[in-house]
Ligand binder design. Structure first.
Ligand code: HEC
Length: 116
């Protein structure tokens, strides 16, 4: 009980440090977990094209573009039309977080995609 408290206090401290030290620290595990929970990986893979583009291709397409993050946040939160390889269009999946619309988690996922 006591040890658990000490551990969680330490961990919270470490997280806080990580956040204050750099404006942004990518949490790869959290990004992957969120992608899995949201079934993103049903239509996307990192290397391989599926119904949606490979995240490596997305990262390449947006490399060096200042608007990349904002653009991809819009893409995964607005339900805009997405074109599938067979030509049909449907609204793109909107990412769900817990708590809802958690910008830190959404940004982390987008940064992970852009880092592929
Ligand atoms: C049902 C299949 C499907 C699911 C589920 C899905 N996507 Fe997509 N996604 C697509 C398709 C198709 C496109 C291509 C859209 C286009 O080019 O019009 C796309 C495009 C993208 C792009 C590239 C956008 C761009 O501007 O180039 C990103 C990033 C992306 N999806 C992220 C995600 C994330 C994150 C999730 C999970 C929250 C997700 N997708 C879930 C099918 C899907």
């Amino acid at each position: 009980m006591k040890l658990k408290f000490v551990m969680s206090t330490l961990m919270a401290g470490a997280a806080l440090l990580a956040m204050t030290h750099s404006a942004y620290a990518l949490d790869e595990e959290a990004a992957k977990a969120l992608a899995k929970q949201n079934n993103c990986l049903k239509c996307h893979a990192i290397e391989k094209e599926k119904d949606g583009p490979a995240y490596k291709e997305v990262a390449k397409k947006y490399k060096g573009k200042a608007t990349a993050e904002a653009r991809l946040i819009e893409h995964i939160t607005s339900g805009e039309k997405a074109k599938f390889p067979d030509g049909h269009e449907e609204e793109h999946k909107i990412v769900k977080t817990s708590p809802p619309k958690d910008m830190a988690q959404i940004k982390n996922l987008v940064q992970w995609i852009l880092a592929q």
